[in-house]
Design a protein around this ligand. Structure first.
Ligand code: HQG
Length: 179
């Protein structure tokens, strides 16, 4: 089984296009594993996929992107679908980080960090993770430090993604500095 390819397709289904797979998603992003397996196995792009394959996929992945609970599966972050996915609000650590391309810095300084095509701004718990995120878009990414303590105290909401990924609403530029 190509678990990386499977993870990409499951992320696509759960973050961006559940309707293409006829999935009923609840407001926290959960879908029935049975529905997902039926769609994937009907499509026939993979060998026959079982619930255990989904568990192995999550286990082998470099990042914790999905979670399984009580016969359901969901993406932990990354959503772009029109239906709002409710995330658990959480008090952030004092500092968070965001790795991005140098070409976006000017706009981020002017407009703050925006969620762009996703539902939330994505932040990293540590600099190393932020650098990896930034490397997706720039060979020499820029790492931004977010004064999340002050932002939180002033009413910016933060949410749990996974142990490395934090989510937030718009971060105004006054809380952002370049490392
Ligand atoms: C940028 C991956 C101009 C922002 C990663 C980013 C992450 C602005 C891009 C997760 C802006 C959006 C999310 C502004 C933000 N002007 N550009 N005002 N505000 N941007 O992919 O954070 O492997 O939606 O800097 O590792 O890069 O898929 O967000 O460059 O955890 O599991 O707009 O996706 O995880 O890009 O990445 P994205 P992201 P997976």
């Amino acid at each position: 089984m190509n678990y990386e390819k499977l993870s990409k397709e499951v992320s696509y289904a759960l973050r961006h296009a559940p309707w293409e797979y006829e999935l009923e998603m609840d407001e926290e992003g959960w879908v029935s594993i049975e529905q997902l397996l039926t769609a994937l196995n009907t499509e026939g792009r993979f060998e026959y996929i079982t619930q255990n394959d989904l568990a192995v996929m999550i286990d082998k992945s470099d990042k914790k992107r999905h979670e399984i609970k009580a016969g359901k599966i969901r993406a932990m972050y990354g959503h772009s679908i029109p239906m709002h996915i409710v995330k658990e609000e959480k008090i952030p650590p004092d500092k968070l980080y965001h790795g991005t391309a140098r070409r976006f810095i000017e706009s981020i300084k002017n407009n703050g960090l925006l969620s762009m095509s996703r539902q939330y701004v994505h932040l990293s718990a540590d600099i190393d993770t932020a650098r990896k995120v930034g490397l997706r878009r720039d060979n020499s990414p820029c790492i931004l430090e977010i004064d999340s303590k002050r932002a939180y105290e002033n009413g910016v909401k933060f949410y749990h993604g996974n142990e490395k990924v934090w989510l937030a609403d718009k971060i105004p530029s006054g809380y952002i500095s370049e490392l």
